[in-house]
Design a protein around this ligand. Structure first.
Ligand SMILES: [Zn+2]
Length: 160
C-alpha cells in the first residue's frame, strides 16, 4: 500500500509537494542494497556543489561531502535536487576536514589533530590502513577512520 501525504491548502506557508512515503521507503531500501555496488559519482557532482556555493571534498556511494564558505561540513545525495545537510557525525566531519586539507593546499590548516579523548581506530589499530588487503589496493580502499588511524571522541562503533 502506498501512503501519500496530502498537500495542504491552508496558509500556503507549508506548500510542499506530497511525499510518497512508500516510494521513499523503497528508495531507501534500494540505496542500502546497492551501497558499494554502484560506481562512484562522477566529477559532475563537484560542479553542482560549487553552484550551491560549496567546496567539494569527497564522495561515497551515497552522496558528496563538501565545505560551505564558512567552513561547515555538509552532505547532499544530489546537489541539484536534494537539501544540503550539516554533517553532525564527528567521524565524517573529521574525515572531510582531513580530505580537504590533502586536496586543497590552501586548506592544509584544516588537517585535524588528535585530541586527548579521541581513540585509536578499531578497524586498523591506528595504522590508517585496512589490514589484510593487497598492497596495490591500499590506496583504493580507505579505512573506516579515513586513514587517520583514530576516530574522534563520541564516534559510535561501526555498525551502530
Ligand atoms: Zn582505521
Amino acid at each position: 500500500m502506498v501512503e501519500v501525504e496530502r498537500p495542504h491548502f491552508g496558509s500556503g506557508a507549508e506548500a510542499t509537494p506530497p511525499v510518497d512515503r512508500g516510494l521513499a521507503r523503497a528508495m531507501a531500501v534500494v540505496r542500502r542494497l546497492t551501497r558499494g555496488l554502484l560506481p562512484r559519482r562522477g566529477p559532475g557532482w563537484e560542479r553542482q556543489a560549487e553552484r550551491r556555493g560549496c567546496t567539494p571534498v569527497w564522495t561515497d556511494y551515497v552522496g558528496g561531502y563538501a565545505l560551505t564558505p564558512e567552513g561547515e561540513v555538509v552532505f547532499s545525495e544530489d546537489y541539484v535536487v536534494d537539501p544540503v545537510q550539516r554533517v553532525t557525525d564527528p567521524r565524517l566531519r573529521v574525515i572531510t576536514l582531513y580530505e580537504a586539507s590533502k586536496r586543497y593546499p590552501e586548506l592544509a590548516h584544516l588537517k585535524p589533530e588528535r585530541a586527548a579523548g579521541d581513540r585509536t581506530c578499531p578497524g586498523c589499530q591506528g595504522t590508517g590502513q585496512v589490514p589484510g588487503i593487497a598492497p596495490e589496493m591500499q590506496a583504493k580502499i580507505v579505512c573506516w577512520c579515513g586513514g587517520l588511524g583514530w576516530v574522534p571522541a563520541g564516534t559510535p562503533d561501526p555498525g551502530q
